[in-house]
Design a protein around this ligand. Structure first.
Ligand code: 4NP
Length: 156
Protein backbone atom coordinates (compact mmCIF):
# COMPACT_ATOMS: atom_id res chain seq x y z
CA UNK A 1 0.00 0.00 0.00
CA UNK A 2 1.14 3.53 -0.76
CA UNK A 3 2.09 5.77 2.12
CA UNK A 4 0.51 9.18 1.55
CA UNK A 5 2.52 12.18 2.69
CA UNK A 6 1.45 15.84 2.69
CA UNK A 7 3.91 18.66 3.42
CA UNK A 8 2.36 21.89 4.74
CA UNK A 9 3.59 25.48 5.06
CA UNK A 10 1.89 28.89 4.98
CA UNK A 11 1.94 29.95 1.32
CA UNK A 12 2.77 26.65 -0.43
CA UNK A 13 5.34 28.39 -2.61
CA UNK A 14 8.58 28.13 -0.60
CA UNK A 15 9.04 25.44 2.04
CA UNK A 16 6.41 22.75 1.43
CA UNK A 17 6.76 22.43 -2.38
CA UNK A 18 10.54 22.24 -1.88
CA UNK A 19 10.08 19.51 0.75
CA UNK A 20 7.80 17.72 -1.71
CA UNK A 21 10.36 18.08 -4.54
CA UNK A 22 13.32 16.86 -2.50
CA UNK A 23 11.35 13.97 -0.97
CA UNK A 24 10.03 12.97 -4.40
CA UNK A 25 13.59 12.81 -5.76
CA UNK A 26 14.81 10.67 -2.85
CA UNK A 27 11.86 8.31 -3.31
CA UNK A 28 12.62 8.11 -7.04
CA UNK A 29 16.36 7.58 -6.50
CA UNK A 30 15.65 4.70 -4.12
CA UNK A 31 13.30 3.11 -6.70
CA UNK A 32 10.26 3.58 -4.45
CA UNK A 33 7.89 5.59 -6.69
CA UNK A 34 5.13 2.99 -6.39
CA UNK A 35 5.29 3.11 -2.58
CA UNK A 36 4.37 6.76 -2.04
CA UNK A 37 1.81 9.42 -2.87
CA UNK A 38 3.34 12.85 -2.21
CA UNK A 39 1.81 16.35 -2.19
CA UNK A 40 2.07 19.73 -0.51
CA UNK A 41 -0.29 22.55 0.42
CA UNK A 42 -0.54 25.82 2.33
CA UNK A 43 -2.65 26.83 5.29
CA UNK A 44 -3.28 30.21 3.59
CA UNK A 45 -5.01 30.96 0.31
CA UNK A 46 -2.63 33.68 -1.00
CA UNK A 47 -0.89 31.56 -3.62
CA UNK A 48 -3.50 29.13 -4.93
CA UNK A 49 -2.52 28.09 -8.48
CA UNK A 50 0.94 29.67 -8.24
CA UNK A 51 4.21 27.97 -9.16
CA UNK A 52 6.89 27.80 -6.44
CA UNK A 53 8.88 30.94 -5.59
CA UNK A 54 11.63 31.47 -8.21
CA UNK A 55 14.27 31.91 -5.52
CA UNK A 56 13.47 28.46 -4.12
CA UNK A 57 13.44 26.90 -7.57
CA UNK A 58 16.81 28.37 -8.60
CA UNK A 59 18.42 27.48 -5.29
CA UNK A 60 17.12 23.92 -5.57
CA UNK A 61 18.45 23.68 -9.13
CA UNK A 62 21.92 24.66 -7.86
CA UNK A 63 21.56 21.75 -5.45
CA UNK A 64 20.51 19.29 -8.18
CA UNK A 65 16.74 19.28 -7.67
CA UNK A 66 14.21 20.22 -10.38
CA UNK A 67 10.63 20.47 -9.26
CA UNK A 68 7.33 22.23 -9.86
CA UNK A 69 3.99 22.43 -8.09
CA UNK A 70 0.79 24.45 -8.23
CA UNK A 71 -0.19 26.05 -4.93
CA UNK A 72 -3.26 24.79 -3.15
CA UNK A 73 -4.78 25.27 0.27
CA UNK A 74 -5.22 22.60 2.96
CA UNK A 75 -8.68 21.00 2.75
CA UNK A 76 -10.64 18.90 5.20
CA UNK A 77 -10.43 15.80 2.94
CA UNK A 78 -6.63 15.85 3.38
CA UNK A 79 -7.12 14.52 6.90
CA UNK A 80 -8.48 11.26 5.53
CA UNK A 81 -6.65 11.18 2.19
CA UNK A 82 -3.16 11.31 3.74
CA UNK A 83 -1.37 9.13 6.29
CA UNK A 84 1.09 11.82 7.38
CA UNK A 85 0.61 15.60 7.43
CA UNK A 86 3.89 17.42 8.09
CA UNK A 87 3.69 21.12 9.05
CA UNK A 88 6.90 23.15 8.71
CA UNK A 89 6.61 25.33 11.83
CA UNK A 90 4.61 25.84 15.02
CA UNK A 91 2.28 28.32 13.39
CA UNK A 92 1.47 25.90 10.53
CA UNK A 93 1.09 23.16 13.16
CA UNK A 94 -1.56 25.07 15.12
CA UNK A 95 -3.43 26.00 11.94
CA UNK A 96 -3.46 22.35 10.87
CA UNK A 97 -4.57 21.08 14.29
CA UNK A 98 -7.32 23.71 14.40
CA UNK A 99 -8.77 22.34 11.15
CA UNK A 100 -8.25 18.67 12.00
CA UNK A 101 -11.59 16.81 12.28
CA UNK A 102 -12.03 14.72 15.45
CA UNK A 103 -12.23 11.51 13.40
CA UNK A 104 -9.16 12.33 11.26
CA UNK A 105 -7.05 9.34 10.32
CA UNK A 106 -3.93 11.29 9.33
CA UNK A 107 -1.08 11.66 11.78
CA UNK A 108 0.12 15.24 12.14
CA UNK A 109 3.86 15.43 12.89
CA UNK A 110 6.07 18.51 12.87
CA UNK A 111 8.55 18.23 9.99
CA UNK A 112 11.69 18.77 12.05
CA UNK A 113 10.76 16.06 14.50
CA UNK A 114 12.68 14.05 11.87
CA UNK A 115 15.69 16.40 11.80
CA UNK A 116 18.73 14.79 13.45
CA UNK A 117 20.35 18.24 13.83
CA UNK A 118 17.48 20.29 15.26
CA UNK A 119 14.74 18.03 16.45
CA UNK A 120 11.41 19.80 16.83
CA UNK A 121 12.61 23.19 15.57
CA UNK A 122 10.81 25.26 12.93
CA UNK A 123 11.74 25.17 9.24
CA UNK A 124 12.28 28.96 9.02
CA UNK A 125 10.22 30.90 6.51
CA UNK A 126 12.68 32.19 3.84
CA UNK A 127 10.13 34.40 2.06
CA UNK A 128 11.23 37.79 3.41
CA UNK A 129 14.95 37.03 3.70
CA UNK A 130 17.98 36.76 1.40
CA UNK A 131 19.53 33.90 -0.60
CA UNK A 132 21.24 32.35 2.44
CA UNK A 133 17.79 31.64 3.88
CA UNK A 134 16.87 29.53 0.87
CA UNK A 135 20.09 27.52 1.11
CA UNK A 136 19.51 27.03 4.83
CA UNK A 137 15.98 25.73 4.20
CA UNK A 138 17.31 23.45 1.45
CA UNK A 139 19.89 21.89 3.78
CA UNK A 140 17.35 21.41 6.58
CA UNK A 141 14.85 19.76 4.24
CA UNK A 142 17.50 17.66 2.50
CA UNK A 143 18.62 15.89 5.68
CA UNK A 144 15.13 15.83 7.25
CA UNK A 145 13.50 14.16 4.23
CA UNK A 146 16.24 11.48 4.35
CA UNK A 147 15.32 10.62 7.92
CA UNK A 148 11.62 10.83 7.11
CA UNK A 149 12.02 8.35 4.26
CA UNK A 150 13.98 5.93 6.47
CA UNK A 151 11.26 6.20 9.12
CA UNK A 152 8.40 5.63 6.66
CA UNK A 153 10.12 2.62 5.10
CA UNK A 154 10.60 1.07 8.54
CA UNK A 155 6.90 1.66 9.25
CA UNK A 156 5.88 -0.37 6.19
P1 4NP B 1 6.03 29.44 2.52
O1 4NP B 1 6.54 30.96 2.48
O2 4NP B 1 5.00 29.34 3.64
O3 4NP B 1 7.26 28.67 2.85
O4 4NP B 1 5.45 29.14 1.16
C1 4NP B 1 5.65 32.05 2.35
C2 4NP B 1 5.17 32.37 1.11
C3 4NP B 1 4.33 33.46 0.95
C4 4NP B 1 3.99 34.21 2.05
C5 4NP B 1 4.47 33.88 3.29
C6 4NP B 1 5.30 32.79 3.45
N1 4NP B 1 3.15 35.35 1.89
O5 4NP B 1 2.94 36.05 2.87
O6 4NP B 1 2.68 35.58 0.76
Amino acid sequence: MKTKVLFVCLGNICRSPLAEGIFRKKVHDRGLNNQFHIDSCGTAAYHIGDHPDRRSVSNARENGIDYDHLGRQLRVEDFEDFDYILPMDDSNMSDVLYRKPVDATAQVVKMRDFDPLGKGEDVPDPYYGGPQGFQNVFEILDRTTDELLDFLMEEK
